[in-house]
Write a protein that binds this ligand. Structure first.
Ligand code: FVH
Length: 312
């Protein structure tokens, strides 16, 4: 959809991404913790006129030294730019900052990069829309040191108009992904990605603990064996994802019945003195699926025990 044709937009200003730097939009960054400070520094380095505000004003000093305008009052910070980037501890803090400013938000684009829940994002989006602001929720899948590199993936959802109008500014922070108009999508995907990460880290610490019982060094095992093995296993994920989408889990290589026949990993862990508590939950699900009569399925069918299908 062309942003200029989106008649539901609350925001009139639009800038031409191909225009010269004198027409670059100005940006206000609200919240100067580790992440907010890095975002502000990145905007400054990219040539955007940047205004900053933080509850504890001292944190603005370094950025002001680099050329940012330091606003003492939040009202001045909001007035300074059409684009407001907020990145604070949580949504309560964001609401606490913005609530007294609600009359000043009409016509603004608010990009909230604070981590929160899908419900918090939806509520914030509805509130902003009622105030006449365009709202984009964001999930930063990176630590501050990765910001301004392509490795900093940032998820966005909410106003497509806001995303398209300010894509160039947002792209200076990393690799942007727009997920759709529902503000809940960015935090939902953010949390899903993190859950994948923690599952992987849980497997990593169990594997390293197991070989460590016989004196194998974590570094040697990780780089020589574990990472190549996990990379090979990762290449099977798209096929599993296809099975999940189609609902056809017929085993091709390794049936659940075969995989769950013996709790060898759990037993050997106990013998070696390693707690299997990161491994046990997934093994219990595999066994349950076999007991339910799905032993001929591939591993992906375990999802049927935990998922809730969207209501159509
Ligand atoms: N840092 C990271 O690696 C992660 C990467 C993924 C995304 N997160 C999320 O980003 C949000 C901010 O994180 P942060 O690392 O900047 O956090 P802090 O350094 O702890 O700074 C917190 C800022 O929030 C301000 N703040 C807290 N409570 C309030 C409040 N009630 N009213 C106004 N501001 C508040 C705090 O202000 P101050 O303490 O300096 O006065 C900081 O500016 C976060 O959602 C991460 O999950 C970062």
């Amino acid at each position: 959809m062309n942003a200029n044709l989106d008649r539901s937009s609350n925001v009139n200003h639009h800038y031409d991404a191909k225009a010269n730097s004198s027409t670059l939009p100005s940006v206000t960054v609200i919240g100067l913790g580790s992440m907010g400070s890095k975002l502000a520094r990145t905007f400054l380095h990219s040539g955007y006129v940047t205004t900053v505000w933080n509850r504890t004003p001292e944190k603005a000093a370094e950025l002001v030294g680099l050329g940012a305008s330091g606003a003492t009052e939040i009202a001045d910070a909001i007035a300074a730019s059409p684009l407001l980037i907020i990145c604070v501890l949580d949504y309560d803090a964001a609401r606490h900052i913005l609530e007294p400013m609600k009359e000043k938000l009409s016509g603004k684009v608010v990009v909230n990069l604070t981590t929160g829940t899908p419900e918090e994002a939806r509520t914030m989006g509805a509130w902003m829309r009622n105030l006449g602001a365009e709202y984009l929720d964001g999930g930063i899948m990176a630590v501050p040191s990765l910001i301004a590199t392509p490795h900093a993936v940032i998820l966005y959802s909410g106003s497509m108009t806001a995303y398209e109008n300010y894509k160039q500014v947002l792209d200076s922070l990393g690799t942007s992904h727009y997920l759709g108009s529902d503000p809940a999508l960015a935090p939902l995907n953010d949390l899903a990605l993190l859950s994948g990460m923690y599952g992987m880290f849980g497997g990593f610490i169990h594997a390293v603990a197991l070989v460590g019982t016989e004196g194998v060094k974590a570094v040697d095992f990780t780089t020589t064996l574990l990472m190549p093995f996990l990379q090979a296993m990762m290449s099977t994920m798209p096929e599993m994802a296809k099975q999940i989408d189609s609902g056809d889990y017929s085993a091709k290589d390794a049936s659940l019945a075969m995989q769950a026949a013996h709790d060898t990993i759990g037993e050997v862990s106990r013998v070696q003195g390693v707690s299997p508590e990161t491994f046990t939950p997934i093994f219990e699900l595999m066994k349950r699926r076999v007991e339910d009569g799905h032993g001929g399925d591939d591993f992906a069918s375990v999802i049927e025990l935990i998922r809730k299908r969207p209501s159509s």
